[in-house]
Design a protein around this ligand. Structure first.
Ligand code: TXA
Ligand code: MG
Length: 320
């Protein structure tokens, strides 16, 4: 099992010697390695069992380092970086040669992010290299939002988990790039679309697909619990599965079901708050994944604020 602690120097020493360390960010925990070291990058792919065509995000301690790793930054993306970094925003930018092709799966753009979790910022600022870090979960499973989530799934493959508590945002970063002068969101995430649009005007949200070559990792079935999940109107679904005699658990936005035991239900935010719902989403999916049931019934949220990104994850989790 991995050691869990808050020792930044220890994490830095391991990373400097080519080892991997799980790091906390405000979105989800990352599986970090030296982005400039091909061996470390290879072991990230191996540890996660991640296909090599799915590129990694590179994390920087500060926005001023950006020009070391990318050739240019379009004005609109510069605006987003000023506004939302450090924070849950990843920008796709033309990479410089020092970023290994392995990191970007051969693409000429690299995903860059300046995270805002204080422990990881301090760690990044103490290193003389950036960190490549995908979410610290086995490929296809739910992203981890606590050190224990990482321990549960990758603990036997890691020397150290830097413990930064529960992730404040709970959804992965919003991924934004540009094509032919148009700002595009490639992955909905921790910064809601309306906030991006208030900074740079109307954006295009590229529909998820496994054939979109620009974002090969945006596979339709992803972030999925082990127990099958189905999305729809909860009252209708519950009636239907009860009639069929199928044992189920329920994931709702803000409801409670007196007829169901506590192990069989999870409300993302009893108060109906979107930020709280985002923060609880992956924890809730993990919680119900431990229930002794055949299926998880879930409902979509209204498509406002982080509701859009939460629904995106719910749809991927229920796609098979
Ligand atoms: O919040 C986050 O973004 C977390 C934390 C740890 O920073 N990281 C994360 O990484 O979610 P990961 O690897 O699980 O998801 C990154 C996604 C992948 O699906 C990948 O396809 C896409 O970003 N991506 C990375 N670089 C890309 C590039 N150059 N072009 C297109 N898509 C890219
Ligand atoms: Mg991931």
């Amino acid at each position: 099992m991995a050691e869990i602690g808050k020792d930044i120097e220890k994490a830095a020493a391991l990373l400097s010697s080519g080892k991997l360390v799980a790091i906390p960010t405000e979105t989800v925990y990352g599986l970090a390695g030296n982005a400039l070291d091909e061996q470390a990058v290879l072991s990230i792919f191996k540890t996660k069992k991640r296909p090599s065509f799915d590129p990694l995000i590179v994390h920087l301690g500060d926005k001023t380092q950006l020009s070391d790793y990318v050739k240019e930054v379009p004005e609109e993306l510069e605006e987003l970086a000023s506004k939302f970094w450090p924070g849950p925003l990843t920008l796709l930018l033309p990479k410089r040669g020092m970023i290994p092709d392995l990191v970007t799966s051969g693409l000429d753009t690299v995903g860059i992010r300046v995270p805002r979790h204080p422990l990881t910022r301090e760690l990044l600022q103490s290193l003389d290299f950036p960190l490549a870090a995908p979410s610290a979960n086995p490929f296809g499973y739910i992203s981890p939002t606590s050190a224990l989530h990482v321990q549960d799934q990758l603990g036997d493959k890691l020397p150290y988990i830097l413990d930064g508590g529960t992730c404040e945002v709970g959804l992965e970063s919003t991924i934004v790039g540009m094509e032919q002068g148009q700002v595009i969101i490639y992955r909905l995430g921790g910064i809601a679309v309306d906030r991006i649009e208030s900074a740079v005007g109307k954006v295009l949200i590229l529909p998820q697909s496994s054939s979109n070559p620009k974002s090969p990792g945006m596979l339709k079935s992803h972030y999925a619990p082990g127990i099958p999940m189905v999305l729809g109107n909860l009252d209708e679904l519950m009636t239907k599965y009860r009639q069929k005699g199928i044992v189920f658990a329920v994931l709702s936005f803000n409801r409670s079901f007196p007829e169901l035991s506590q192990e069989l239900q999870f409300a993302l935010s009893p108060a109906g708050d979107y930020d709280e719902a985002a923060r609880n989403l992956f924890q809730g999916m993990r919680f119900l994944d431990r229930a002794k049931v055949e299926i998880i019934l879930a409902e979509e949220l209204p498509e406002i604020h982080l509701g859009k990104a939460i629904n995106d994850r719910l749809r991927r989790a229920s796609a098979k």
